[in-house]
Design a protein around this ligand. Sequence first.
Ligand SMILES: [Cu+2]
Length: 374
Amino acid sequence: VPGLTQDAVKPGETYTYGFSADVAGTYWYHSHQESSAQVDKGLYGALIVEPKSSEQPDKDFTLILDEWMNAGGDAHSAHGSAGMSDEEMMAAMYNIYTVNGKSGSLITPLETKPGDTVRLRFINAGYRSHGIHIPGEFRVVSTDGQDIAEPAVLKDQIVTIAPGERYDVELTIDSQKDFTIDAHDNNKYNDQLVIPVKVSGSNGEKMEVQHDQLTAFDLLKYGKPAESELSKVQKFALEYTAVLNSKMNGNQLVYTINDKVFSELPALQVKTGDYVKLTFENKSAVDHPMHVHGHFFQVLEKNGVKVESTVMKDTVLVKPGEKIVVAFKADNPGNWMIHCHELHHAAGGMAQQLVYTDYKSSYTPPTNAANKPE
Ligand SMILES: [Cu+2]
């Protein structure tokens, strides 16, 4: 994060990252310098850490979802329309939906054969959620790089993937019929988000799919609950409530945590070994997918109800009116960020530092550097 862990990589410079890939799973990397502009324009990529052993699926596909603006398109009609909310404006402006950078009929078909086990790694690099429907039976085996214990077989369920989130799905090709993976929510350009799955030997016949009885997949009720240290914690060293909202600052819309923007917010302080409880309370009218750097957390409660699932995540979608409590162990000394992964919201202020008091960074931010961590 520029200004927090390093300087931004300036034009002509190089910077080499070294790390140990010790948690297998689906990740992505992206610029954190003016990310609402740089990630938006494509400065990101998938980072897949394969398990050392264990069986590999026959086919392994990474599918990055994103949205783009075609300035010559609906943006013109969107601009200046009176009475349009910021969110409606965005929905009109981002009028191209892509999978791995291709839209609609240009999306590369997934080539399979009967009997194949297939892993689909969905990554949402965009600014809004997408409700993905996979015909037939499937299991959600991993999310945000964390495996799910004993995942049940699902059918006719929509998996909603919020910005920053990853969902790994496994399925078996059990017929010789082609099918399509598509999006089912109220997003305006869903007809562009269609992933063809081709089965070798098919005569072009499509799998019969019903689309009128789909229900929403609930990750927080999924997977076998495991023995969890975090479920048993009696005393948290830090309990912090982040009320998420927005307000006008002059004529600028800003996104706030406890009525403050990033530059006004104090760094949250922890030390190694601490248990930390964060409560995200969304009092705004829009979704906030909240992301914690460097840690995996467990969702303990949603809207006052205890969550049975012990699935670990690094990003959780907090919808308007929702209150979500998460917990993690401070086991990764460093300087980190907590922020909304709708990067326009992060740029608009919805970000806060998380620092270890027993960690001394060798990096000192220069006062004159053009570091823009949001
Ligand atoms: Cu947000």
